[in-house]
Each structure stands twice: as C-alpha cells, then as structure tokens.
Design a protein around this ligand. Structure first.
Ligand code: PLP
Length: 392
C-alpha cells in the first residue's frame, strides 16, 4: 500500500521539538512549541487542577462512555467561561482539545454552509491542515503589517468587506497565534457588524483565554458577537489555560440566533462527533467541571492563570530590555505590546537557522518566539544570541 507513496512532511512545530530533543548541547533552549513553562523551565500541573483531579478520582465509580456531547455540567461551565453565563441560544459539545473543536466546526461548516474558510495571514500552521482536511477551500485575509508590527487595519477590513455570504471566517479571540496582535473592542464590533450584514459565519478560535488580560476581558470578542445576534462558532481549548495539554480537553460552541436553532445545531454537532471520535475523553472535562463548581479551586486556578500571564509579561519586558541593551537596531516596544505567549520577532529564516545551528536556540521558521519558554536562567543567553543573529 505505501510503496509508491511519498512520506508526509514532519509537522513544522512538533518536528522542531524532535530535533531539539536530539540536540546534545546543554545550553539549548526550546522557544518553538507553544506550551507554558515556569521559571524553572517546567510545564507544571496547576495546583488547582491537581486538587480537582484528586476529587475526580475519589468520586469515580465507572469508566463507562461519556454522552456524545459530554456532560451537561461541562457544557454549562464552558458557556459561563466564554459567554459569561449559560445561554439558551448556545449549544456546546465537549471535544478532544481545541483541535478537535476546530475540525468538528470545519466538518459542520462544509456540510451545512461553506465551501471556503478565510484565515488570517499569518496564522497557526495547523489551521491550514485542519480546514483542508475538512474539505474546505482556504483563502487568506491580510492581518499583520510587518513594518509597523501591528494590525494592517485598512487591508484587513477591506478584505473582510469582500467576503461573500455563506463563507466562513476564522478569527482568533485573543493572543493571536503567531503575532500576538489582537483586535480592540471597536474593531471587533465592526467585524461582527460585517458578519451580520454580509451573512458569513465566524469561527472564533479561543485557545488562550486568560493569557491576554484576564478570563473576563479576553472574551470581549465573543460577547460582541453574542450581542450582534448572528450565528457563530467558538472553538475552546483548555490545553494552555488549565495546563491540560495531554488530556485533550476542548469544546465547540455554536451560538445561534434562536433557541430553536441551537437545538438543531446540537443535533448535528452530536451526529458529526459520533462519526469522528464517538464521544469525548472524560478526564480533562471532569477536572474542569469539578474545579468550576468549587469556589476555592476556581479562585486558586484564576490566581495561577494570573501568575502565568504575569510571568510571561515579565519575560517580554526582559527580552525587550535585553535586546535594547545589546544595541539591537530596532524599536523593541512591540514585544511588550503583543498579547499571549508568542512574540512575532521579525527574525528571518536565515537568522532562525543561525540561532538553531550556532546557538542551540530553537525558534520556528516564521520567527515566532514562545516567550513562555524564556526563564531567568536562559534570558541573557537568548538575548545575546538574538542580538548576534540580528547584527549579522
Ligand atoms: C491558535 C490555536 N488554536 C488551537 C490550538 C489547539 O489546541 P489543542 O492543543 O487544545 O488542540 C492551538 C494550540 O497550540 C493554538 O495555538
């Protein structure tokens, strides 16, 4: 079967981690894959998550199947988190991670409304693979201006104005991956008005809730779309903000114009889930539901999330100051203005190659740096290496 088949290319981001693991240099630093790391370079289990997990294990009496959509309590917790409260115009299914939610949305969009999905240029590399695999055609909309290191606002809105009725548009709720450049409330209001006027469907990818400003402030995009009364999807990932990466914990929420539409939506979401993964993995969802229903654990989780965000912001400042102190010919203020765990550094492919080969600093080819991979121990070495790469 495989004789005449070309091997598939390695995943750009996870492939880099493989190369990093094989590197025997002790000073090596991985700023590639988007996982949070603490000041010691570890990706910790959050204390509130661990405590909720113990409660889950104690209460567990069976490992029978989950409902296709997951537990109702999980759907309610997700809606409270992304919409502020449960909503009768919203239908939520528990999915295997944010990737599972995006793929399910891709299937539903292709089946019921869209041939084409518009994605930002640039975007998370896996978006292209997911939506191509879902049978959708891809189109780019301009997003990032490499010169100003900010939103290319005119080009962005000019492209959005042309998107026809029935198409789908992928938007990042906050902490845009890879640029860290987000829309403000006024811009979101304009985007939601365009979706309503022109009849396209937004799919809001919400993978970093709490890493921008706070759990509440980061959902403004979703609240603005909810208030606009249009149909849209939200794909939630709890990999980063609960540190549940390997538990594959996410959700797809379809927000509709009426409660009757939400009932139709959930029936098709369940049908699509059933033929894809049948029903969701239980463990991560049970942890989130347990944590959400315990005020002390919820408080503890929020404090841990705040601390993760503040550590990243501290590293942003240290990176900007470290580069400036080493005489880099660049205004580094954009590094502290970007939101989330990534900084779009502007490093080109040659510089990225130099950093990997000569300095054992691993960054993906687009120049995206995982700021959460910086620690007090490696920051000076990384600044030194980047400054040298930029001067070459
Ligand atoms: C923008 C974006 N969306 C979705 C995901 C998927 O997350 P998950 O690991 O939960 O599948 C990621 C993960 O890196 C991401 O960066």
């Amino acid at each position: 079967m495989w004789k005449e088949i070309e091997p598939a290319p390695a995943d750009a981001i996870l492939g880099l981690t493989e190369a990093f693991k094989k590197d025997s240099r002790t000073e090596k630093v991985n700023l590639g894959v988007g996982v949070y790391k603490d000041a010691t370079g570890a990706t910790p289990v959050l204390a509130a998550v661990k405590a909720a997990e113990m409660k889950v294990l104690e209460a567990e009496t069976s490992k029978s199947y989950m409902p296709i959509a997951g537990e109702a309590a999980y759907g309610a917790a997700v809606q409270k988190m992304i919409l502020g409260d449960v909503c009768d115009r919203a239908a939520t299914v528990h999915t295997p991670g944010g990737t599972g939610a995006l793929r399910l949305a891709g299937e539903l969009l292709r089946t019921f409304s869209s041939k084409t999905i518009w994605i930002s240029n640039p975007t998370w590399a896996n978006h292209k693979n997911i939506f191509t695999a879902s049978g959708l055609t891809l189109q780019d909309y301009p997003y990032y201006n490499a010169e100003t290191k900010a939103l290319d606002e005119d080009a962005f809105f000019a492209a959005l104005e042309t998107i026809p009725s029935g198409d789908a548009v992928l938007l990042h709720a906050c902490c845009h991956n890879p640029t860290g450049v987000d829309l403000n409330a006024k811009q979101w209001t304009r985007v939601a008005a365009l979706a309503k006027a022109n009849g396209w469907t937004a799919l809001i990818d919400f993978a970093y809730q709490g890493f921008g400003e706070s759990v509440e402030a980061d959902r403004k995009s979703v609240e603005i779309f909810l208030a606009a009364g249009v149909d849209f999807f939200v794909a939630s990932s709890f990999s980063k903000n609960f540190g549940l990466y390997c538990e594959r914990t996410g959700a797809l929420t379809s927000v509709t114009a009426t409660a009757a539409d939400a009932a139709t939506a959930i029936s098709h979401m369940k049908a699509a889930a059933r033929v894809s993964y049948s029903n969701p993995p239980a463990h991560g969802g049970l942890i989130i539901t347990t944590l959400f229903n315990d005020p002390e654990l919820s408080k503890g989780w929020k404090a841990e999330l705040d601390a993760m965000r503040e550590r990243i912001n501290g590293m942003r400042s240290a990176l900007a100051e470290g580069l400036t102190a080493r005489g880099v010919q660049m205004d580094c203020s954009f590094i502290t203005q970007q939101k989330g765990i990534f900084s779009f550094s502007g490093l080109n492919k040659e510089q990225v190659k130099f950093l990997r080969e000569e300095k054992a600093v691993y960054i993906i080819g687009s120049g995206r740096i995982n700021v959460a991979g910086l620690t007090p121990d490696n920051i000076n070495g990384v600044c030194e290496a980047i400054a040298e790469a930029m001067k070459r």
